[in-house]
Write a protein that binds this ligand. Structure first.
Ligand SMILES: *[C@@H]1O[C@H](CO)[C@@H](O)[C@H](O)[C@H]1NC(C)=O
Ligand SMILES: *[C@@H]1O[C@H](CO)[C@@H](O)[C@H](O)[C@H]1NC(C)=O
Ligand SMILES: *[C@@H]1O[C@H](CO)[C@@H](O)[C@H](O)[C@H]1NC(C)=O
Ligand SMILES: *[C@@H]1O[C@H](CO)[C@@H](O)[C@H](O)[C@H]1NC(C)=O
Ligand SMILES: *[C@@H]1O[C@H](CO)[C@@H](O)[C@H](O)[C@H]1NC(C)=O
Ligand SMILES: *[C@@H]1O[C@H](CO)[C@@H](O)[C@H](O)[C@H]1NC(C)=O
Length: 365
């Protein structure tokens, strides 16, 4: 058959190709709802793990989103452990896919695992201040590899709930793995690897990227196939950056540089994983670029203030919270910023490569 086709005239091959192309275009695209969402990362995606962290005299207290004004715009108006005035990025991405909000914090579940499949929407392992390196705040938070360890527990429980390895792998291959990490590793105050003299910025960025790649490879080996990856924001901007180290744009160029170096290394990392790992698919969301675009033209998306903070940590928060990008001095964003970013990543054209999150779950049929 193959031999015969190769012998056919060029014209007939062309006609055949055109026929298939028409079929492809005509085929309805169906948007599938993910079986579940598994979230890994730091405070931008945390929905309450920080509240459960032990902390203590020896290691110190983790930052916790359990005080007044966190969650003031969340249904119920009370703190939920989100570093936000309302929903966060994990919630809005889950909502876009048709879920009510992010799946629950892993620390709120017995052994980080569901007890039944009914109502199961996934697990969120993201924890405030977590890094790629264990060393980055590892004493007081759940770094990426701990989070993956918790996922291992979830996975073995799912295996028995679903009835074996095959249904498990099928389930995981149709789930979204949402990952946003790296920000904390880029701060020399939190990641002491920056301090070693032989370690220049680029070297440490390359090490972080290689550790990140190993972590994603581990998740793939555990059955993850569809990844939504979020890059790091312009860490040199924000209300906590002392004015003496700010440039004209209100940002620290050196810190933004290191974020840019990290973000530039992500596309080659992900495309190499895609070519190495069977079935690995990803959409890389450019949170940094989205932030930059918003800062360049804030009023286009209704922002009035993209440098200061809605809540400096005392008094009461600003009343017009949809006008601020930053919620607080830690650089966490408002609910509004998260909402707009999620929309751009889910079904936009400009801030995702090679395609938007929707496409990860779109099939031709
Ligand atoms: C980081 O933590 C994980 C999970 O506890 C452990 O398996 C790994 O060996 C640790 N890595 C380093 C470099 O300490
Ligand atoms: C190296 O990274 C640090 C930490 O983010 C930053 O403060 C510094 O300005 C960077 N140096 C250069 C040359 O970009
Ligand atoms: C935004 O992007 C422009 C062009 O790449 C760059 O010059 C500028 O420094 C960026 N600003 C921030 C805040 O990252
Ligand atoms: C928010 O509202 C106050 C008055 O309610 C106003 O002065 C201010 O300009 C508004 N916008 C920002 C970003 O503060
Ligand atoms: C995605 O955006 C396109 C173009 O704006 C729109 O036609 C489509 O309905 C959107 N799809 C989803 C799933 O939101
Ligand atoms: C996002 O991707 C989907 C699937 O490829 C596509 O239908 C949709 O138009 C994209 N959204 C935009 C705004 O281009």
């Amino acid at each position: 058959m193959r031999h015969f086709a190769m012998k056919g005239s060029t014209a007939s091959i062309l006609v055949t190709m055109m026929f298939f192309q028409v079929l492809t275009i005509a085929a309805a695209r169906e948007l599938l709802v993910p079986e579940a969402i598994f979230v890994f990362g730091d405070g931008a995606l945390d929905v309450g793990n920080n509240i459960y962290l032990p902390g203590g005299a020896e290691v110190g207290e983790p930052r916790r989103a359990d005080q007044p004004y966190y969650g003031m715009d969340f249904p119920g108006g009370t703190p939920t452990g989100r570093f936000s005035n309302g929903y966060n990025l994990a919630d809005f991405i889950a909502k876009a896919f048709g879920f009510e909000m992010s799946p629950p914090a892993s620390e709120s579940l017995p052994n980080h695992s569901p007890t039944k499949m009914e109502g199961f929407t996934g697990v969120n392992y993201a924890t405030g201040d977590a890094g790629i390196r264990n060393f980055t705040n590892g004493d007081i938070t759940n770094p990426l590899l701990y989070q993956i360890g918790f996922f291992e527990s979830t996975r073995s429980q799912l295996k028995s709930l679903l009835g074996g390895r095959k249904p498990l792998n099928n389930f995981l291959s149709k789930s979204l793995f949402l990952v946003g990490i790296g920000t904390m590793d880029l701060f020399p105050d939190y990641n002491l690897y920056w301090d070693t003299p032989q370690n220049d910025n680029l070297t440490e960025v390359q090490r972080l990227i290689s550790l990140y790649g190993e972590a994603l490879t581990t998740l793939h080996a555990m059955g993850a196939r569809k990844f939504g990856i979020i890059n790091v924001g312009p860490i040199g901007c924000g209300p906590a950056i002392p004015s003496v180290i700010q440039g004209e744009d209100g940002c620290n160029a050196g810190m933004n540089n290191v974020a840019t170096q990290f973000n530039r290394a992500l596309p080659p990392l992900l495309s190499s994983l895609r070519s190495k790992l069977n079935g690995f698919r990803y959409s890389l969301a450019d949170f940094n670029g989205f932030t930059n675009a918003t800062f360049t033209n804030p009023s286009a998306s209704g922002f009035v203030n993209t440098q200061g903070t809605c809540w400096p940590g005392y008094l009461t928060p600003c009343s017009n919270r949809t006008e601020f990008w930053y919620r607080d001095a830690y650089g966490y964003t408002t609910e509004q910023a998260a909402k707009l970013a999620a929309t751009a990543f889910y079904n936009g054209t400009k801030f995702t490569v090679p395609f938007n999150f929707t496409r990860l779950f779109t099939t031709k049929n």
